[in-house]
Design a protein around this ligand. Structure first.
Ligand SMILES: [Zn+2]
Length: 194
């Protein structure tokens, strides 16, 4: 299906033959989950023609399913769904297991505060331009601040209880932090009244 704003947004795909079971990488509306949304966008933006979209993302998905059916596992290593998939995508891209580093880099993109000459928050001591900056600049071309905020929200949802224990809330994008603070205030108000 083509979105109204195609080619600004990528098409969505549904398999209508009933061959692929609903629990295999699909969203709630049965459209196929072709990969982490940010990665689908990145590859779609690189060449938004329908033929390329089908030949790369859709064919890879179908190949993945055929392989899975035969061998019981995914050929490329499986990105899990939803929040975890987005977290894994950024951890792979930024080459780190540390979710705090992922969030601090996402924050720069979501807040619009990327500056090449600032020190990279990954702890390398290098400036951004000589460190994680290259992959960030590439991403900044692909999607809007709002989408980085949404991705950071997903990464937040992927955190395990142990990671929440001494979580540094200042790592979150400003807009998200504000929203969560408001929710907490509302919650406190309700609890006070009751
Ligand atoms: Zn870095």
């Amino acid at each position: 299906m083509l979105p109204r704003d195609y080619p600004d947004s990528p098409p969505t795909v549904q398999e209508t033959g009933g061959r692929i079971p609903p629990n295999f990488h699909q969203y709630g509306d049965r459209t196929l989950c072709l990969g982490a949304p940010v990665e689908v966008w990145r590859r779609f933006k690189a060449d938004p023609r329908l033929v390329t979209f089908v030949e790369t993302l859709v064919v890879e998905y179908l190949y993945g399913y055929a392989y899975f059916e035969k061998h019981g596992e995914m050929p490329f290593g499986e990105l899990s769904h939803g929040a975890n998939g987005i977290r894994e995508y950024y951890q792979d891209l930024f080459n780190t297991d540390d979710v705090q580093i992922v969030l601090s880099l996402l924050k720069l993109m979501a807040d619009g505060t990327y500056r090449g000459h600032h020190v990279c928050p990954c702890g390398s001591g290098k400036i951004l331009r000589r460190c994680h900056g290259a992959s960030m600049l590439d991403l900044l071309k692909q999607q809007s601040k709002e989408r980085f905020i949404r991705d950071a929200t997903n990464v937040l949802y992927s955190l395990k209880e142990s990671e929440m224990k001494d979580f540094d809330w200042s790592l979150l994008p400003k807009a998200l932090k504000k929203e969560l603070d408001e929710m907490a205030r509302e919650q406190a108000k309700r609890e006070k009244c009751a």
